[in-house]
Design a protein around this ligand. Structure first.
Ligand SMILES: Nc1nc2c(ncn2[C@@H]2O[C@H](COP(=O)(O)OP(=O)(O)OP(=O)(O)O)[C@@H](O)[C@H]2O)c(=O)[nH]1
Ligand SMILES: [Mg+2]
Length: 396
């Protein structure tokens, strides 16, 4: 059962609960009922008022729902109280997203990131329900119920585990950093696909590099970064293209942190292809959400191409007459924009041309810069002291 509470514009609210339903589906649940509530502020104890809580309980009885998912983040106390009141498990958006992430993570790094996010989420809740920890505990758990001592033990174990996962993640990250530096030395122009979840990034990735990354009508189908070379005929050069995790409104802050390593890929790119599902009625909000996350991870200064995807789904009257133009995002900042369909291939030539232009521009700038450096080195080479020259050359 899905519950959404309209808090009067202070917090984003989706009255259709469609996104929550899609999230639930992506986690393997089936939504049997949707209930909306309106409040000025969340109730400290139950999030909704007690009248609404009773109404929710009635619907649970009528529909036989096995659990309730709230569209907003619940405090640990609210979650516990609701479970007691309703007699079924209660989850919120955050825990739902965590569940999906846990199921999808493939790579070693991805799994560590999800584990860290989950542990951090868990550490604020006193509820014991994570079987992974139970298993590790061995016999201890059998000695009596979840009293305060037990909870304290859980807390400490979670704390220890957070430390160890962080250390392992740090190690993987260092290794990845080495790989990236190796790539940088080869001077590849790096492009990252970013965008709201389900916008069609993986489908576009597959269409551009003829790969077979997993694409599906699910939220967070992609969790791990995949990188392939993309040959650009127009520019006569090859660039690297990465498909990454999608963004979502209210992405829990901790999750962003845990996924920092993956999102670094976007922050370090030379160019972002910001993929949008223009057929979605929420396209504008989704774009704003993506911009927010990009700013949060320090990727808002990376040049972008706006890729308006799923054009094939637009009615004839809503289809753009010009398929490639420029948008002024704010005074002094313009992004090239192109309308495409990753599914039909429409507009992809335009996109390739724009990518080639961006890559060429960058390489020209880099060429100029390196000739500057050459100039400096040459000048230094004429000075009697050999020291700086050697160092500069070694650095290059
Ligand atoms: N009609 C249409 N559907 C598309 C297009 N591009 C992608 N889709 C569909 O949209 C759904 C999501 O596509 P994905 O490529 O998995 O989207 P994503 O952005 O990678 O999503 P996540 O990895 O889950 O964040 C799939 O069902 C695709 O078939 C398009 O141009 N037109
Ligand atoms: Mg994907």
């Amino acid at each position: 059962m899905l519950v959404g509470v309209d808090l009067g514009g202070a917090v984003p609210f989706d009255a259709s609960l469609d996104e929550l339903a899609l999230l639930a589906e992506s986690a393997g649940d089936v939504a049997v009922a949707r209930v909306l509530a309106r409040r000025r502020a969340p109730d400290a104890a139950l999030f909704v008022g007690s009248g609404k809580a009773d109404e929710i309980k009635d619907v649970i009885t009528q529909t036989g729902a096995h659990g309730v998912i709230f569209d907003q983040a619940l405090s640990p106390a609210q979650q516990r109280n609701l479970e007691q009141h309703l007699g079924v498990p209660v989850a919120d958006r955050t825990s739902l997203i965590l569940d999906i992430f846990a199921e999808r993570a493939q790579s070693h790094e991805g799994k560590l990131q999800v584990e860290l996010a989950r542990l951090q989420y868990m550490s604020t809740r006193l509820v014991r329900r994570w079987s992974h920890l139970e298993r590790q505990r061995g016999g201890i758990g059998t000695r009596g119920g979840p009293g305060e001592a037990q909870i304290e033990l859980d807390r400490r174990m979670i704390g220890d585990r957070i430390k160890s996962v962080k250390a392992r993640l740090e190690k993987v990250k260092r290794q990845r950093g080495t790989q990236r530096r190796a790539r940088e030395r080869r001077g590849t122009f790096r492009i990252s696909l970013v965008g709201y979840t389900n916008a069609g990034k993986s489908t576009l990735f597959n269409a551009l590099v003829k790969a077979r990354a997993y694409a599906a009508d699910q939220l967070f189908a992609t969790l791990d970064t995949t990188t392939r070379q993309l040959w650009l005929d127009q520019a006569g050069l090859s660039v690297s293209l990465s498909d990454t995790v999608g963004f979502i409104r209210d992405l829990p802050h901790r999750l962003v942190e845990a996924f920092e390593a993956t999102l670094d890929e976007a922050a370090d790119a030379h160019l972002l292809l910001h993929v949008m599902d223009v057929s979605s009625p929420h396209a504008d909000e989704q774009r704003a959400d993506v911009e927010r996350v990009l700013a949060e991870i320090g990727a808002d200064e990376v040049p972008q191409i706006w890729v308006c995807n799923k054009c094939d789904l637009l009615e004839a009257s809503r289809r753009p007459r010009v398929t490639a133009d420029e948008v002024e995002v704010r005074p002094g900042l313009r992004h090239p924009r192109v309308f495409v369909s990753a599914r039909t291939g429409e507009g992809l030539d335009d996109l390739r041309r724009l990518i080639a232009e961006a890559a060429r521009l960058r390489l020209n700038v880099a060429d100029d810069a390196s000739s500057d450096v050459d100039g400096v080195v040459a000048a230094e080479a004429t000075t009697p002291r050999g020291g700086p020259t050697t160092r500069r050359t070694a650095h290059r």
